[in-house]
Design a protein around this ligand. Structure first.
Ligand code: DC
Length: 229
C-alpha cells in the first residue's frame, strides 16, 4: 500500500482530533494537530503580554514570530502526542478557555498563517501523515489523496467540549462554551485568508449522531479506498 496524505478539516470541537489521532495510530502514520500550533502561538502571546483583553500587539508579534518554535513529541506513558512551545510541554495549557477564547483572532493574521502553513507542509513532505485543522485540504495539502470534512451541530459540539473540560477538572459553563463555539465558527468561516470551507474533493462527514466506533469503521474504509487507488 502506498503512503498517502490525509487531511481532516471541519468545525471546532467536532471530534476531528480524536478521529485523526486514532486513525494515525492504527495505520502507523504521523499525526499533527494544526489547531494546537495556533493555540501555542496564542499561549505565547498571553504569556508575553502580546495580547491585552481583545487587542493583539501585531507589530510585536510579527517580530517575535521567528522565535516561536512549535513541535510535537509522543508521551511515552500515554503514547499521545504532546505540544511543545520552545521546548516546554504546553499540552494542557493550550486547551484552557482563556486560550480557546483568544485563538481565533490570532489565527486570522496573515503572517501567523504563513509561518504555520510552511511548517505544516514541511512536516508532510514524506507523506504518511494525518493532519487535522481548518485549511488542510484547501491550503496546506491541496493534493492530499484523502480529504474529510467533519461537521456536527453547535450544541452537540459544545456539550462534547463541556464534558471534556469537566473530565479534566476544569471549570466551565455550557452557555459560555456554546457562545465560544458559535463565535469561532463565525470567525473561522469568514476570515479573509484560508477561511474554513469544504474542499470540492473532500468527503463530508456529519457525526452528530455517530458513535466514535462507527466513525472509526467509516474512516478506515475511506482510508483503504484512498490508499489502494
Ligand atoms: O481545532 P482547534 O479548536 O484546536 O483550533 C484552534 C483555532 O485555530 C481555531 O479557532 C481555528 C484555528 N485553526 C486554523 O485557523 N487553522 C487550522 N488549520 C487549525 C486551527
Amino acid at each position: 500500500m502506498k503512503k498517502i496524505t490525509i487531511a481532516i478539516d471541519g468545525f471546532s470541537s467536532c471530534g476531528k482530533s480524536t478521529m485523526a489521532k486514532d486513525l494515525a495510530k492504527k495505520i502507523g502514520y504521523i499525526y499533527i494537530d494544526s489547531g494546537a500550533m495556533y493555540r501555542a502561538i496564542t499561549l505565547y502571546c498571553i504569556e508575553n503580554k502580546l495580547i491585552n483583553n481583545e487587542e493583539i500587539k501585531i507589530t510585536e508579534l510579527r517580530q517575535h514570530i521567528k522565535d516561536i518554535h512549535i513541535s510535537f513529541q509522543i508521551d511515552p506513558s500515554t503514547q499521545q502526542p504532546n505540544t511543545y512551545l520552545n521546548d516546554a510541554n504546553v499540552e494542557n495549557k493550550i486547551r484552557s478557555m482563556d486560550v480557546s477564547s483568544k485563538v481565533s483572532p490570532i489565527s486570522t493574521l496573515d503572517f501567523v498563517r504563513e509561518a504555520m502553513v510552511k511548517q505544516q507542509q514541511k512536516m508532510g513532505e514524506a507523506k504518511g501523515i494525518v493532519m487535522d485543522g481548518r485549511d488542510i485540504g484547501t491550503t496546506v495539502f491541496p493534493n492530499a489523496e484523502l480529504k474529510i470534512f467533519v461537521t456536527a451541530s453547535a450544541e452537540i459540539r459544545a456539550q462534547r467540549r463541556y464534558d471534556e473540560l469537566k473530565a479534566k477538572g476544569q471549570n466551565a459553563s455550557f452557555e459560555e462554551i456554546l457562545k465560544n463555539v458559535r463565535e469561532r465558527d463565525y470567525i473561522d468561516q469568514n476570515r479573509k485568508i484560508s477561511p474554513l470551507r469544504k474542499a470540492d474533493d473532500a468527503i463530508l462527514l456529519d457525526n452528530s449522531k455517530m458513535t466514535i466506533q462507527q466513525q472509526q469503521v467509516w474512516l478506515i474504509e475511506q482510508f483503504n479506498k484512498a490508499a489502494e487507488k
